[in-house]
Design a protein around this ligand. Structure first.
Ligand code: MV4
Length: 505
């Protein structure tokens, strides 16, 4: 059994994993690229080793360098976090070959879920509902795909077998568009993944993205920790996540069905460790398997806050060969959690990345507030990695309470030096559609704007918000009315704020 863990990642998730290791009494090894020499994850670890230049291919994506550090430092296990090598079956296999424990699922499970055509076939065979579409696992000719499209019925979606997260995806509404759509999708898939296989699914319109957290130990016990709502996203980047889903609401029967299907999906590939099963849910609450993420996810904290389960600690315990400490009956969702991803990007300028020195970083604290971050005042925000500065996660007894708390926390949050998407979150938390839980995956792109007040985009109108929130959340009218009271929200300019600071800050 291992006692020393290498964290093959950076930023907030590296810090999160380090904290779990510390609580479990494990020794830790950090790795870092040249621009991360002074990063928080380097400071928090017992030991830290350089990997090389900033580009990920020369640092956090370089398997040989990371395995060499593991050997040199005596780390017997590697936690990959998310992104980078987390869902690379070759890396999981390489760890195994070197006698190092990969804190995650088997290379076979990663590979099975990574190939979306294979995943669909395995899910269907296991009785997991999949979106109607092509069934083959081998390459289909354009002619076969065109015939299949007619059988499925337009509109259809062309998806890359090696895809996921929206890459190489195309909507096709008429038969005439098929040949060019297939060609473009294949080209995109080939250059992005080196695999030009594509498949078809019927297009599910006005879908919501709902995912289920699962945990499985190596003794065959698999449980779920309920669902997360992830429909508030832009260009396949999630911006706000919550648990539970307002669309599932108090439909316990639907929640249990989602959970049971997710467990079935995990069992179908002999899944061990933490994973997430993604579903599309249509307007009639039919749900379909979309893909399985075989890693810890960015949004795992919302599930932690409503279930009380430390998912990262469970991952490590499972990898150490321990049995799950919970059975399904032990898991209850209590209250409501919301996460806002705080990114270094300019919401007023098409969410352009914003780089530079973080002159001041003062995150909110207080009751029900959790901030997972890897940054600090004085740190440089570089263009080399993702723009995530921090995850602001709040818990409340009800959705309304969680929203009010999030608004309070966003007001408290002071960041100087780089632009952030905090104004986006403040605006979203004042939209009556968001308050009412009436949104799908197209909401940000089609019905939300940082500038105009065009059709469908409205700041909270007190009576409408109160009415909708009351109807939808079945809250008392008093609580619903509370939610729209804005007070002095975000009115203090950052310039004024900056002027009040005294050096040294
Ligand atoms: C879909 C879909 C509608 N119908 N498949 C986007 C990312 C990839 N994981 C799958 N995606 C979608 N697949 C069918 N048959 C709509 C999406 C989709 C989406 C899914 C989840 C979260 C956000 C999304 C935004 C746009 C489209």
């Amino acid at each position: 059994m291992f006692t020393k863990v290498l964290i093959a990642n950076r930023g907030e998730i590296a810090v999160r994993i380090l904290r779990a290791c510390r609580e479990l009494g494990l020794r830790t090894v950090a790795v870092y690229s040249e621009v991360d020499r002074t990063a928080l994850h380097v400071r928090y670890a017992d030991e830290a080793y350089p990997l090389g230049p900033a580009p990920a291919t020369e640092s956090y994506l370089n398997m040989e360098k990371i395995l060499a550090v593991a050997k040199k430092s005596g780390a017997e296990a590697i936690h990959p976090g998310y992104g980078f090598l987390a869902e690379n079956p070759d890396f999981a296999q390489a760890c195994k070959d070197e006698g190092i424990t990969f804190i995650g699922p088997s290379p076979e499970a990663i590979a099975a879920m990574g190939d979306k055509m294979q995943a669909r076939a395995r899910m269907k065979a296991a009785g997991v509902p999949v979106v109607p579409g092509t069934e083959a696992t081998e390459d289909l000719s354009d002619q076969e795909l065109i015939e299949a499209a007619h059988r499925i019925g337009f509109p259809v979606m062309v998806k890359a077998a090696a895809g996921g997260g929206g890459k190489g995806m195309r909507i096709v509404r008429t038969p005439e568009e098929m040949p060019s759509a297939l060609q473009l999708a294949r080209q995109e898939a080939k250059s992005a993944f080196g695999d030009e296989r594509v498949y078809l699914e019927k297009l599910i319109e006005h879908a919501r993205h709902i995912e289920v957290q699962v945990l499985a130990d190596s003794f065959g016990q698999t449980i779920h920790l309920g669902e997360r709502e992830c429909s508030i996203q832009r260009r396949h980047q999630k911006l706000i996540e919550e648990a539970p889903s307002p669309f599932v609401g108090d439909d316990e029967e639907l929640r249990q069905r989602l959970g049971q299907v997710a467990v079935r999906a995990a069992r179908a590939v002999d899944y061990v460790n933490a994973g997430t099963v993604e579903f599309l849910m249509d307007q009639d609450r039919n749900f379909y398997f979309l893909e399985m993420n075989t890693r810890i996810q960015v949004e795992h904290p919302v599930t932690e806050l409503v279930t009380g389960v430390d998912i990262v600690k469970e991952q490590i315990r499972i990898a150490r060969g321990r049995a799950l400490r919970y059975s399904q009956q032990d898991i209850r969702m209590q209250g409501w959690a919301i996460e806002a991803r705080i990114n270094a990007e300019d919401p007023y300028n098409d969410f352009m990345p914003s780089i530079g020195t973080l002159l001041y970083h003062s995150p909110p604290t207080g009751p029900g507030v959790r901030v997972d971050t890897g940054v600090f005042t004085g740190m440089e925000i570089t263009p080399y990695y993702d723009p995530l500065i921090a995850k602001l996660i709040v818990w409340g007894e009800t959705r309304a309470q969680a929203i009010l708390r999030m608004r309070r926390a966003l007001e408290e949050y002071k960041i100087l030096g780089v632009k952030t998407n905090i104004p986006f979150h403040q605006r979203m938390l004042a939209q009556y559609r968001f308050l009412a839980g009436h949104f799908d995956t197209r909401f940000v792109e089609e019905r939300f704007s940082m500038t105009d007040h065009h059709a469908g985009v409205q700041e909270t109108h007190p009576e409408i918000a109160a009415l909708l929130a009351t109807l939808v959340a079945h809250e008392a009218a008093r609580k619903a009315a509370q939610i729209i009271r804005t007070g002095n929200a975000g009115r203090t300019s950052l310039w004024k704020w900056y002027g009040r600071l005294r050096p040294p800050f």
